[in-house]
Design a protein. Structure first.
Length: 264
């Protein structure tokens, strides 16, 4: 025998059980009120009650509930029970939690599980600017979200840090950021450094070509770049960048051609 209650929608699942689904709390209450203590039914009846979770029931009443992101953000902002510090290049120290670092980065997790000097000092020096460390932690604690787009220079720092520490979600976010921005957004120095980084990382080919397009579009800036001047003297890869940048053949790249010939 199958118990059918008006206002419900019974169906059978793959195991052959009769399932009643309710679209509202009122339907569920009416169903439960029908099954009184002492009632007798003929045959075997298997009834699964599928209702909303307690959280869904509460929010139906307009009760605001904190999200996981807001909770972890407050943990960082209020520095609740911090047990570790990350140090920026300029010496600025940022309090944080070993647990959050370990969960987000397998590389940092291995370090935190050893008796290294960083564990003794409860601090780790990063090759990141002050803004870079702050944004790195914001990303970890805010569940893969950031309030604003970092500058191109900081974005490059975060891309390199994400790859170095195997923070996969941050790496994906930074790659997507570089690929979707227009050439005007990125300074030529950042494009040069992005090219040098991307050419050594498997799967970074799209980023390498993005950097090349930026360099091609800004030959005048490239010629004024002190960073590129230094690279041209000391790094053979810089010549490779310049060759790619001047292959467009536009008149504006004539100074780049002359500079490349002088470097030879």
């Amino acid at each position: 025998s199958i118990l059918c209650i008006p206002g419900t929608s019974p169906s059978f699942n793959e195991e052959g059980d009769c399932v009643f689904k309710f679209e509202s709390s009122r339907e569920k209450s009416r169903f439960l009120a029908t099954i009184q203590e002492g009632s007798q039914f003929e045959g075997d009846v298997c009834i699964w009650l599928l209702a909303k979770s307690p959280i869904e029931e509460w929010t139906d009443g307009g009760i605001p509930l904190p999200s996981a992101v807001s909770v972890t953000s407050k943990i960082l902002e209020k520095q609740i029970d911090c047990d570790f510090e990350l140090i920026a290049e300029n010496g600025k120290r940022f309090k944080c939690h070993k647990l959050f670092l370990a969960v987000s980065s397998p590389v940092l997790a291995r370090m935190l599980d050893t008796e290294c000097e960083e564990m003794k000092n409860k601090a780790y020096q990063m090759s990141l600017s002050e803004e870079g460390v702050k944004t790195f932690l914001d990303f970890i604690y805010r569940a893969e979200s950031m309030e604003s787009i970092p500058s191109p220079a900081v974005s490059l720092e975060l891309l390199e840090a994400a790859h170095k520490y195997d923070v996969s979600a941050l790496e994906v976010a930074m790659k997507a950021l570089f690929l979707k921005q227009k050439s005007e957004w990125m300074e030529v120095d950042v494009a040069v450094m992005l090219y040098l980084h991307a050419r050594n990382v498997k799967g970074y080919e799209p980023l390498m070509w993005t950097a090349i397009q930026v360099i091609k579009s800004k030959p005048a800036e490239l010629m004024k770049s002190k960073l590129f001047d230094e690279l041209l003297k000391n790094d053979p890869a810089a010549k490779e960048i310049l060759v790619r940048a001047i292959k467009t053949g536009s008149p504006s790249n004539e100074s780049a051609r002359k500079k490349f010939k002088r470097s030879d």
